[in-house]
Each structure stands twice: as C-alpha cells, then as structure tokens.
Write a protein that binds this ligand. Structure first.
Ligand SMILES: CC(C)(COP(=O)(O)OP(=O)(O)OC[C@H]1O[C@@H](n2cnc3c(N)ncnc32)[C@H](O)[C@@H]1OP(=O)(O)O)[C@@H](O)C(=O)NCCC(=O)NCCS
Length: 147
C-alpha cells in the first residue's frame, strides 16, 4: 500500500535520499534538509512524497512552488522529481505529478511549468511529462558566473 502525502517542515529528512539522487551537489542529508527548511520553505517551496508501507523514507519525491510572474501569471513551478532506483516503474512519479496538478488546480493556478535537461538521463522524465500532457513550451538559457 502506497501513501502519497505532503512532507512538512520537521520531516524533510524523509525526502533526503530521493532528493540527493537527483541533486547530489548537496552531498549530505543534513545539507539538503537545511537548504529546504531554512531557505526554500520560507520562500514557498513544498514537498510531496510517496511512501511505501512501514517506511518513513519517501521512495519518490516532488518539490514545487506556487509562483507569480509577469510572463505566466499565477502558476505552479515543479523544481524536483526523483524516484529511488529500486522503486522506479511502479507509477510513483505519475502519482506525484497527478497530485501536484490537482494541487495547482485547487490553488487556482493558470499553468504548471518546469525545466528539464536534454541528456539521455532525462529521457524517462520527458516521457513522464509528455504522458501527463505537459508540452515543450520554451528554450531555457543560462550563464555560469564566477561566484
Ligand atoms: C523520471 C523519474 C522521476 C520517473 O519515476 P518513476 O517513479 O519510475 O515513474 P513512473 O513509475 O511513474 O513511470 C516510469 C515508467 O513506469 C511505467 N509504469 C508506471 N506504472 C507502472 C506499473 N504499475 N507497472 C509497470 N510500469 C509502470 C510508466 O509507464 C513509465 O514507463 P516509461 O518509462 O516506459 O515511459 C525517475 O526515472 C527518476 O528519478 N529519474 C532520475 C531523476 C530525473 O530525471 N528527474 C527529473 C528531473 S527533470
């Protein structure tokens, strides 16, 4: 039996394993929990996770924010989607994406946006987004700075 539920402040550690798989730059569970609780949550970041029975650690996580901008109005931005390798192919990411689409509708958002790399390591993610009817709507530009 799987439970899909929001991961609140104070239980962010339950998302750390799946999050570090996607975002290894944060290296340790402590570092990624501090980032999320101290910096991201105060700016509106939220997490939802899939939990298998009898485990306090999420097998799949999705991080998102409710955002307003001149370009897209009121929208929901998905920052992170990650499933542990041992739990892939069971529909967890699909369930989380459906949960967040429903949450965006509940919040009255006009759109959902996310960025995804174009390497072969993102092919499964692109299939996930396409089968949930997201479409490729822009190019993303970036510039690395010294600092
Ligand atoms: C992309 C990612 C999140 C998908 O997670 P997942 O939980 O395995 O996703 P799902 O189980 O919903 O879907 C995966 C596949 O299983 C299939 N599937 C879903 N439920 C299934 C079930 N009950 N039985 C069999 N197959 C199933 C899906 O159709 C999908 O098939 P496809 O890959 O051939 O399109 C995961 O591969 C991942 O973490 N990748 C690395 C991180 C990443 O790229 N994140 C996105 C950053 S933009």
């Amino acid at each position: 039996m799987t439970e899909i539920r929001e991961i609140r402040a104070g239980e962010t550690g339950s998302a750390a394993e799946a999050m570090l798989l996607l975002r290894p730059r944060w290296r340790t569970a402590g570092a990624v929990v501090d980032l999320i609780d101290d910096r991201l949550r105060p700016a509106g970041y939220r997490l939802v996770g899939a939990f298998e029975e009898s485990s306090d650690s999420a097998v799949s996580v999705l991080g998102f924010r409710e955002v307003w901008s001149t370009a897209w109005g009121h929208y929901l931005y998905v920052d992170d989607v990650s499933t542990l390798e041992t739990a892939r192919g069971k529909g967890f990411a699909d369930e989380l994406l459906r949960w967040v689409i429903a949450e965006a509708e509940r919040l009255g958002c006009e759109e959902i946006h996310l960025d995804s790399g174009v390497g072969s390591d993102r092919a499964a993610a692109h299939r996930l987004y396409m089968r949930n009817h997201l479409r490729i709507s822009s190019h993303h530009f970036s510039l690395e700075l010294g600092g």
